[in-house]
Design a protein around this ligand. Structure first.
Ligand code: SF4
Ligand code: SF4
Length: 217
């Protein structure tokens, strides 16, 4: 088989080296067309609706604290296991969240935590510039997450009714979104006995192995 890697040229094209002329014409055209590069960070790009950026805990305007009720749904659903919550219940059974933190360096930005939150306490803002040389600066504790929220609404003018448009894109049928297709949480659900990952796999493997061992006897 003959492999032809160069287009055939006629005599005139060979004499005048048309490819060179074509290249120079392209260069000339680009000289007078507007630039498509952006002088970042001096020139910021417009943020796309639904961008999943920095986490924030929504500050309740009444209590001036987080709206989080410590239900643990976000920590349970998080595939990266990067949400840590500490809480205590008082004698009346009311729950208080003592600490809430997110290891953002381990986050995969799936936004499941936002999706499952029953009170809209955790959100993903449109902030994307928060790199740092210090790992601790990207480990967000409760105070830092509330500060993220304060900075976000100050810079954008949103209020606590903000919902990242990722969840309600315009023109998309809401019933086709993952949230609508996910099973609802049973009324008798509790955190006790809920494990995700290795422990569940090990328990399942033990259960699967048990009938095989019995059948071998
Ligand atoms: S976005 Fe996903 S990975 Fe990140 S904290 Fe939320 S649930 Fe976890
Ligand atoms: S799902 Fe919402 S209310 Fe529940 S622990 Fe997470 S942030 Fe708090």
């Amino acid at each position: 088989m003959k492999v032809q890697y160069k287009p055939k040229r006629n005599l005139l094209e060979t004499i005048f080296q048309v490819e060179i002329l074509q290249g120079m014409a392209l260069t000339l055209r680009k000289l007078f067309s507007p630039p498509i590069t952006r002088q970042y960070p001096l020139e910021k790009p417009p943020m796309y609706p639904g961008f999943r950026g920095q986490h924030a805990l929504v500050r309740d305007a009444v209590t001036n604290d987080s709206k989080c009720i410590g239900c643990m749904r976000c920590a349970t659903v998080c595939p990266s296991r990067c949400i840590h919550i500490q809480y205590h219940d008082d004698e009346n059974g009311k729950r208080y969240v003592d600490e809430y933190s997110i290891e953002a360096l381990r986050c995969v930005f799936c936004a499941y935590c936002v999706e499952v939150c029953p009170v809209g306490a955790i959100t993903m803002t449109e902030v994307f510039e928060y790199s740092d040389y210090d790992r601790d600066a990207i480990y967000f504790n409760k105070g830092a997450l509330l500060e993220n929220w304060d900075k976000f609404i100050e810079g954008t003018g949103y209020d606590e009714s903000y919902v990242n448009p990722f969840w309600r894109p315009r023109g998309v049928n809401a019933s086709t979104l993952p949230a609508a297709q996910r099973k609802s949480v049973p009324a008798d659900w509790t955190i006790e006995g809920q494990f995700v990952g290795t422990k569940v796999r090990q328990e399942q493997e033990t259960e699967d192995m048990a009938p095989m061992e019995e059948s071998n006897v």
